[in-house]
Design a protein around this ligand. Structure first.
Ligand code: GTR
Length: 689
């Protein structure tokens, strides 16, 4: 506070000296008196002086303050001269003073005011019947005493935050839109009927709220926070100066460039259109790809338990904190899946040796969940392997037959649902094609590379467990586990991703019995939505010896609070079936998430974890994935492993590895390629061989 004062003081003195030294005229000085309440404290007492100073003007700002003061009370005070105000002033030098027990006539005579403003108290601001006769009487009193003033303003105040707990909010049905519309009507009427210039702070704040920063302009639901105050001051500046505030170089402390940009645009747009919200880009639905526009965020503390105690060693992590975090992700994001069934009926559908040109042996196994509900596993192991081999287990997008040209792979049958949605690449319905072509996704499964490195490959089709569309959880495995009378998962029960992850565990159950694969050396991996799935499977089932997430992005490895590329809101809207119902409340509300994705990664510790991104896949926020891996490293450190702390993000094409955590940034688009696989194989060689 002290330093702020000094800084302001010096800025003022410097400005004066500069103008005098330049032999120029004294800078434009404007004297502004606001007759208000705490809402004028928010709007004029900070930032306004500095914004003007940056533009070469000196504003002397007075604010006659009584908490919650209405026009009625101001009118009585003006007429009676009651010494009821706190008279607060920012002088020409930027220094702030406060004089309590001050009467309006005193303040009116204190400076040769150029501008005087009036406002209604917020509970009444949208009620036009509350304005008169008080506004008329107040204006008359003021005008009689201040002949110097040439401009009279009406300070339009703002609606409360949507979730405000203000006792006056019921005046507006506790509805921000209603309150905003009411203020618009009343303030327009007040301004027009008294020929007052409008200072459209209410609209500026509403403009700001319409950006991807959302309803984050107040500190308690009605008083403005730092960015709200800056927005209001910027609006005042636009009106007072008639100039555009965009590009003004003054920066309040603690605001990001993005917030400043949104606030300036919100103010400038309000000055243009004072009574309606303007779309100037930066809408909640717009996708941000600019690092500079990321909101300021603070990650939740990973190593502090809910009871406030710090996690200092792995024992505390294992006994307490890990379980807490797991329970949060389970309840608030992925949803609780049923426990492992005691046994599932499995059926060997087919087996062959020396397939893929002699490279592999093949087995196809059906795992039955219920009558007519099953998933088909495709298992390749290196031909003639004498011992159970380590393997990569991952779900495929379009059916087992899509991962290879091998004619022996059974065509996935349960794809009718998926087909309806036409999501197969290259599918031509006109030619009567009903499913992905054999080998359509072969580039994502470089079998030769994997098998010749000594690994098996195990895969199944996502739609076998749960079709990937919002079917009300009617067509997948969910229905098998509904209790009597249940038709839909509860808010904390499994979505599609948790179901797929559950399927991965069931595949592992089977592998524990399969002689060809060593179930204790299985790496679970997935690309994109299936990379999110691999992370949750790895977090949920400690039998997975290694976890690989390829381009998993939003709600996978990328930090949600960065809000860059795909966001929680977008993902919930596009894929409402992926996460549990509890997760919906975090769309546009990332700050309220009790976790962020680095903590999901940490749930894999101390097992090895590989995170990979692609340079052209900004939708998945490569940097956010890397930062999450760096943050998560703290848990590997508890186990004495190095982790990625202090490691620089690699350039496109580069990889970094710190023992048990590795990351690479492939050059190119959203995909999983032989380049990725080669890195996974090299990494797995350290642990699974
Ligand atoms: C996108 C989705 C991403 C990612 C991707 C995929 O449409 O927005 O989160 O999962 O699909 O799975 O390929």
């Amino acid at each position: 506070m002290q330093t702020m004062k000094f800084r302001r003081f010096f800025a003022g003195v410097l400005l004066l000296l500069f103008t005098l030294a330049a032999g120029a005229q004294a800078p434009d000085t404007l004297r502004i008196l606001s007759i208000g309440n705490s809402f004028s404290v928010d709007a004029v007492e900070q930032n306004l002086y500095e914004i003007a100073a940056d533009a070469g003007a000196v504003y002397i700002i007075g604010n006659m303050y009584i908490g919650g003061c209405s026009l009625e009370r101001h009118a009585y005070n003006a007429e009676s001269g009651a010494a009821a105000y706190s008279y607060r002033k920012v002088g020409a030098d930027g220094v702030r003073t406060v004089r309590d027990h001050t009467a309006l006539p005193y303040a009116l005579a204190d400076e040769k005011w150029d501008v005087i403003s009036f406002q209604q108290s917020s509970p009444l601001s949208g009620n036009p019947y509350s304005y008169e006769p008080w506004l008329t009487r107040l204006i008359a009193c003021v005008k009689a005493r201040v002949p110097s003033a040439s401009r009279y303003l009406f300070h339009q105040t703002w609606a409360y935050a949507k979730d405000a707990l203000n006792p006056n909010f019921p005046n507006y049905g506790c509805d921000q839109a209603v309150m905003y519309a009411s203020i618009m009507e009343a303030s327009r009427w007040a301004a027009e009927s008294h020929a007052l210039e409008i200072v459209p702070c209410g609209t500026a704040i509403q403009n700001y709220r319409a950006t991807w920063y959302r309803d984050n302009a107040t500190r308690d639901g009605y008083h403005l926070n730092l960015v709200g105050r800056y927005t209001a001051a910027a609006t005042w500046y636009c009106v007072l100066s008639g100039k555009d505030v965009r590009g003004n170089a003054y920066r309040p402390e603690h605001l990001t460039e993005g917030q400043v940009k949104a606030a300036q645009a919100a103010a400038a747009a309000a000055a243009e259109s004072p009574y309606e919200v303007t779309d100037f880009g930066m809408r909640t639905n717009d996708v941000n790809y600019e690092e500079a526009l990321i909101p300021a965020y603070r990650l939740p503390e990973m190593l502090r338990c809910a009871d406030g105690t710090k996690v200092q060693g792995k024992a505390r992590w294992e006994e307490k904190r890990r379980a807490e975090l797991y329970a949060l992700f389970e309840r608030e994001m992925f949803g609780r899946a049923p426990a492992a069934p005691p046994s599932l009926h499995t059926e060997l559908l087919e087996s062959a040796t020396g397939v893929l040109g002699g490279l592999a042996d093949r087995r196809q196994v059906r795992i039955h969940f219920a009558k007519n509900r099953y998933m088909d596993l495709l298992i390749y192991t290196p031909a003639g392997a004498e011992k159970p081999v380590p393997a990569f287990l991952g779900i495929n997008f379009y059916g087992n037959h899509s991962i290879t040209d091998d004619e022996g792979v059974l065509m996935t049958e349960q794809d009718a649902l998926q087909r309806r949605y036409g999501v197969y690449p290259g599918l031509d319905r006109n030619k009567g094609e009903s499913r992905a072509a054999r080998g359509a996704q072969a580039s994502r499964w470089p079998l030769e590379l994997i098998l010749s490195a000594g690994y098996g490959v195990v895969t199944f089709y996502r739609g076998d467990v749960d079709p990937d569309f919002d079917d009300g959880f009617r067509n997948g495995v969910h229905g098998v586990y509904y209790r009597e009378g249940q038709h839909y998962p509860k808010p904390d029960e499994w979505g599609a991703i948790a179901a797929w992850a559950w399927g991965l565990s069931r595949a592992l159950d089977y592998l524990e019995k399969d002689p060809s694969v060593d179930a204790s050396r299985v790496a679970v991996l997935g690309h994109s939505r299936l990379g999110k799935t691999a992370l949750w499977a790895g977090a949920s089932d400690a039998r997975f010896a290694l976890v690989i997430s390829n381009d998993s992005g939003c709600c996978g490895a990328a930090l949600s609070r960065r809000g860059i590329g795909e966001t929680v809101e977008i993902i919930n809207r596009s894929f409402p079936h992926w996460f549990c119902a509890n997760f919906k409340k975090y769309g546009g509300n990332e700050d309220k998430m009790p976790f962020d994705q680095h903590e999901l990664l940490a749930l894999v510790a101390p097992r090895p974890l590989y995170i990979a991104s692609a340079s052209a896949d900004q939708w998945a926020d490569p940097k956010g994935e890397f930062l999450a891996a760096v943050e998560a490293s703290k848990v590997w450190q508890l186990y004495g492993y190095r982790g990625l702390k202090g490691v620089k993000m690699p350039e496109a094409g580069g990889a970094v590895s710190a023992g048990r955590i590795a990351y690479h940034l492939r050059e190119g688009k959203h995909d999983i390629t032989a380049f990725d696989w080669q890195h996974y194989i090299d990494f797995a060689d350290n642990f699974l061989k």
